[in-house]
Design a protein around this ligand. Structure first.
Ligand code: ZN
Length: 323
């Protein structure tokens, strides 16, 4: 099972904290800090929408991020931050990247990229940020990344559906489009979780983080098996016309049943297609065509949307795609 294969900082702290944050109504992000010997000496979670805490923490406002809370929980009088490693489920945002540098923490490991707010690249942005090298590693593994992104997508869709503010709907649309380009598997899974209401049901009955992670990992594995079956049948034998970086609507093979679920936008008319190939995830099917890739979370194994297809070409710049 995925859960038991994870190392303690992820299993015992980060994912437990992320699920605790989700259950408390905040963003599902958890963080941990380990000392030079690998001992966990601080932990934190996102607490943006929480009102009470037993000890000194950031909570109840938009700066109450998981990494910030882990850094605040650190005993600065006793610990040398430069000898520590910060673990976080999600690539740090600009705020947390700045705090990591100001600490300064010696190393950062994150489990999933965040194409929306992730800003770990800022560590190289200015001479000051570069002055103390910070070792950065991430993402950890494709299935764990997809699960974490799925939790975010589900949370974001629920937030937008609740219409708490116009800003939440706008933020959700922006994040989903950004995440779709880099972590399409996680977006597909998150959309099905939202549509089915399963994650909220698990929260209501007090499911553990281990149960949630292993259930979602099983769904991903089922989707990967289906994808391999499709690949064997060569259902997508023909090139998709992405080699030039432009994709005509007529170039879509008629045999593909395209679902809008899972993608913010599908190119249905002449359009430039985003150039970034998705990473080889559990269901990436890479074709022999230069620059093209297909990602298919299929209907089997709990996926409710029939097909989700993303085609990428070698174009350098991203253009708006007709809805
Ligand atoms: Zn942050």
């Amino acid at each position: 099972m995925l859960w038991s294969s994870l190392s303690p900082p992820w299993r015992c702290v980060c994912l437990e904290e992320a699920w605790a944050a989700y259950r408390a109504g905040s963003l599902p992000i958890g963080a941990a800090i380990a000392d030079g010997a690998g001992q966990i000496i601080a932990r934190g979670r996102n607490r943006i929408f929480e009102a009470e805490a037993a000890r000194r923490l950031l909570l109840g406002h938009r700066l109450a991020h998981a990494e910030m809370n882990a850094l605040i929980a650190l005993d600065w009088a006793r610990v040398d931050p430069a000898a520590c490693t910060l673990y976080t489920t999600t690539e740090p945002c600009p705020l947390c990247t700045g705090a990591i540098r100001m600490a300064p923490i010696g190393a950062v490991r994150y489990a999933s990229r965040d194409a929306g707010a992730g800003s770990i690249a800022l560590l190289g942005a200015t001479p000051f940020m570069r002055r103390r090298p910070i070792a950065v590693a991430g993402p950890e593994r494709a299935d764990l990344e997809a699960i974490i992104v799925a939790l975010h997508v589900e949370w974001s869709l629920a937030d937008a559906a609740a219409a708490t503010s116009a800003r939440s709907a706008e933020r959700s649309a922006f994040l989903l489009e950004a995440w779709s380009l880099v972590t399409p598997q996680g977006v597909g899974l998150g959309r099905t979780l939202f549509a089915s209401g399963r994650l909220r049901a698990w929260r209501e009955r007090g499911a553990t983080a281990a149960e949630v992670v292993d259930r979602l990992a099983a769904e991903l594995a089922g989707a990967a098996g289906e994808c391999r079956r499709v690949a064997r049948q060569e259902a997508f034998a023909q090139p998709l016309g992405a080699a030039s970086g432009r994709l005509a609507g007529s170039a879509w093979p008629a045999r593909l049943r395209l679902a809008r679920a899972g993608l913010a936008r599908l190119p249905t008319a002449d359009a430039d297609v985003d150039a970034r190939p998705p990473p080889a995830g559990p269901f990436g099917v890479r074709r022999g065509v230069s620059g093209s890739a297909i990602t298919i979370p299929p209907s089997r194994g709990g996926w409710s949307s029939p097909w989700i297809v993303r085609v990428t070409g070698p174009a350098r710049t991203r253009q708006p795609i007709a809805p």
